[in-house]
Structures are given as structure tokens and as C-alpha cells.
Design a protein around this ligand. Sequence first.
Ligand SMILES: Cc1cc2nc3c(=O)[nH]c(=O)nc-3n(C[C@H](O)[C@H](O)[C@H](O)COP(=O)(O)O)c2cc1C
Length: 327
Amino acid sequence: MLQAMNESQVAAQIDLSVRLGRLTLKNPVLTVSGTCGYGDEYAPFMDLRRLGAFTTKSVTVKERKGNAPQRIVETAGGMLNAIGLANVGLDRFVAEKLPVLSRLGVPAIVNVAGHSIDDYLAVCARLDPLDAVAGLELNVSCPNVCDGLIFGTDPKALAELVKQVRAVVKRAVLIVKLSPNVTDITATARSAVDSGADCLSMINTFVGMAINVERQEPVLANLTGGLSGPAIKPLALNLVYKVYQAVAKPAGIPIIGMGGIQNWRDAVEFLLAGATAVGIGTALFIDPTTPLRVLAGLEDYLRRHNLKSVRELTGRLRPNRNEPPAG
Ligand SMILES: Cc1cc2nc3c(=O)[nH]c(=O)nc-3n(C[C@H](O)[C@H](O)[C@H](O)COP(=O)(O)O)c2cc1C
């Protein structure tokens, strides 16, 4: 009895809450865009109220059917997808999907994609006033829609987009999702932050391809797709670390880290590298309850390291203490 009391008291002392701009989440574990629909498809597999937040599939002004199949292929340690932003479009999202999502009891981050600044403005201006929308995440980096890539790779174009979207997003937290398909990700991170982003999320997928050797054809109808899953984790971690050091930490802007997270250890790595929260995507295809396992492991880790708040982990990475080889 005494032991049980002590354990619950200790458990009560651990604070998992994090802040993304003015949005406070009860814990730092989120789903990532495109891997669990609009919430209702995923809800039968996990109690979504346990998540810090749920992120929707990209929403565009008009409904999109997406790319022709084959759109997904498994690769060593990951998967390639070329879904092509298939989604129900803004009107149906507001009328059909958002009311269901808002009843699931989890803060909703709506991911937004477009072909032009006007597209992003139309979606953001319509969604920002709605109480059901806690955050708006700009997908400026989808590698599968050719004219969508420009915003994510050109710091000037990104600055213009974020500045104009910032002017219409007054209530929701504005998150800019960075593309890894650039030479210097700190340049796009900086332009997003300087133009008014409240938060960065990173990373979207890397452009990749797979070939069917018997048919001597690309596996994906789109030729290329976005690589996600454990294969990209070390790359994602390095980019989060770089952006945290060069941009996010000095500006006081939180990062949602993602890319190949499968377990609590991966999540802790992202937090130590500088993330404030973590997103889980491809791992959900193997085990939809991955976020619960990550949360339990994270809480246990904090307890073992005598930390009272998960916020203490952000950027806590220490310098390497290995002795240099003698001589
Ligand atoms: C099937 C699939 C669909 C995706 N769709 C979107 C999307 O619509 N919008 C977006 O911003 N990112 C999309 N992504 C990228 C993920 O949100 C995430 O950035 C990436 O997969 C890295 O995380 P992970 O390795 O945990 O999956 C998609 C990823 C996958 C695997």
C-alpha cells in the first residue's frame, strides 16, 4: 500500500506537458500527417485522447484523387509513398471530417497543402477561426506534387508564403513543416521563423525511388516517392539538431521532430537533439499503438533520470565525453 502510494506520488510529479507557441499539449507525442487519415479511421485502434495532438492528412482547397497506383512500396528499413495529396478538399473536410475529429477529444493540427499562396490562404483563412482547429501545419515540402516543392526549397518563396499566411492565421498555432530535400535546411528554417512561424515540424520525406528489375520499370507509377521510416531516422535527427542549434534555440521556437520514430528511445533521441515534441507516422503501419508505448517508455525514462518535466530533455544533449585516442 505504502509502496503503491509512493509510486503514484512519484508518477504524479512527472510533467509531460509541452508548449507549442500558445498551445499547451498534455504530452509531447503526436501523430504525423498522412499516416492516419482524419482521425476517425484511426480511432478504432487507439484511444486518441492519450495523444498530445493528432495531425490530419494534408487538406487542399479542392478535393484530390492523388496519384495513380502503385503509390506505396516497402523498402529496407522504410517505405516510399507517392500518394499525391489525395484528400477530400476543404469543403468536405469542414462539413464531414472536422466535426468527427473534434468529438475525438484530442487537439487537432490540420496539415495544409497547396499549389499557390492563394491556395494556402484560402484553406488557412477558413480554418483558423474554427475552435476545433488547434494548429495549422503548412506542408511546403510534399515531394510528390511537382509545383508544391518550390516553397519548401526556396527560402525567399517560403518567406513570402509564411508572411502572407501569418496575416490570416490569428488564433491557431502556425507550424511550418520543413523539407529535408535542400542543401541547407537552416536557411528555410530561418525564413519560416523570421516570417512568423510559431513552431517548426521536421522532417517531411526524402525523395527516393525503387525499381522492379524483372519488368525494368519504376515500382511507383509516379516514378519517385517520399522515403519515411527508420531508414531516415539518423538523417532526421541530424537535421533537427542543426536547426535547433542554429535557429530554433536562439529564437525560442519549438520543433516537432519526426522521421522514423519507432519507440521511446527514438523519441528521447529527438528530444535530446532539440525537439519539444515528437511525431510518429510510418511506425503506425506496424503497430497503431506505438504512441502509447512511446509515452510509457518516455515517462519511465524521465523517472529513471530523476527529471520532473519532459521539457528538461529538449536540447539536453551533452558534449561527447569520449577520450581522444592517446598519441
Ligand atoms: C503514407 C504517407 C503519407 C504522407 N502524407 C503526408 C501528407 O499528406 N502531408 C505531409 O505533410 N506529410 C505527409 N507524410 C510525411 C509524414 O507526415 C512524415 O513527415 C514522414 O513520414 C516522416 O515520419 P515517419 O518516418 O514517422 O513516417 C506522409 C508519409 C507517409 C508515410
